[in-house]
Design a protein around this ligand. Sequence first.
Ligand SMILES: Cc1ncc(COP(=O)(O)O)c(C=O)c1O
Length: 419
Amino acid sequence: MTHSPMQKLAHALRQNGLIRFIEHFAEQFPDNHLKDLAVDMLGPDRRMAVAGHEVINFGSDSFLGLDQDPRVIEAVKHGVEKWGTHNGASRAFASVQANVEAEQKLAAWLGTEAALIYPSVTLANMGAIPGLVGRQDLLVVDEYAHNSIQEGAKIAKANGVRLATFSHCDPEHLTRVLKESAPYRCAVVCIDGVYSMSGALPPLAELDAVARAHDAVLYVDDAHATAVLGRQGRGTVLDALGNYDNTLVIGSLSKGFSCMGGFIGCTMEFQRLLKIRSNTFIFGGPVAPAYLEAVCVVCDILSSGEYELLQARLRSNCRTLVEGLKNLGLAVLGGETPIVSVLVGDEADTLSAGSFLFERGYYVQSVTFPAVPYHAGVLRIQVNANHLRESIRGLIDAIAALKTRIALPGPEQLQKQAA
Ligand SMILES: Cc1ncc(COP(=O)(O)O)c(C=O)c1O
């Protein structure tokens, strides 16, 4: 039997290890899989409906709950009336004034000279990383850095840049890699400000000291810290390092900001250079103007006294959850950021645990291999400032019930994993 080129392509894709793994799980656990959900309704207090089933959503990165804030919603509406739905031009040709204002407001809030907005953090990383380095340069990436950093690094490598990795959050290994890779013209060290799968925070001051000692610049993807950590929500870098002298900082406008896009905080000089060198900036479209209007409103909220109130609510919700989970004797990861993971382990158990909670009215993400190591599946819980206290307590009770059904590991398992 002959096959069309399209059939042959699909067949070849089915040989891919990841596709086989995912399809195997989807087939084996059709009711537990809970991936690729179609959401029918997002309501106040993080209520969400999926296929007629109402749950409390613990899977949103909109940590401060600003997606439901009337001022932010109004800014988007006003932006659509003012600019239409999309201006449809590459920024290499023209940007709307809202883009210029949003970048100025972001820089003023962040404490950098300038900022450059991209349509997403993924596109910032895939444009800026290969744009920053050339054939005589070195790129060093934390082994667990976000996928978009790894993809940006692959493009740089394909362009002839030397690429090295260093062990996760390990300044000593970074030192060795930089020493062994010398000589180079310039070096850029890429890390996450928060590792969202584990909630780990890198030792920024040590990594910065190593980078400086070896003539390297630090590139920090702070997507999960933007609007959530640091004074006025400026992320991890300024609080840890005191300045941005040796750091390019990348932030998200889609998570804590509840708008859309990503940005790089930098000097005016780097803003100009990155505009010329980032292919994703030049050859792709921009964030829709209405969302840039909303970014300006969120910058005002973050810069005001109200930020402390939002942050206090978020911290208090996190504390309640983490304490409740620890009292249940579970292995809890994270908690310094609003991403809290409960270790389950086995892949099938992790999927069953997610659907058990879903049936009881709580959506959390079941994260399994390859997003986490094999047999180290977790329930990933994203805490938001607009979760009601009773929803957090309800989730803890549901996890207590889960524990009677599935053997969940205790905290000693975390020490074993770390060893
Ligand atoms: C560190 C990091 N970078 C980038 C991204 C992707 O951001 P975006 O959705 O803006 O492309 C994420 C998403 O979770 C992330 O955790």
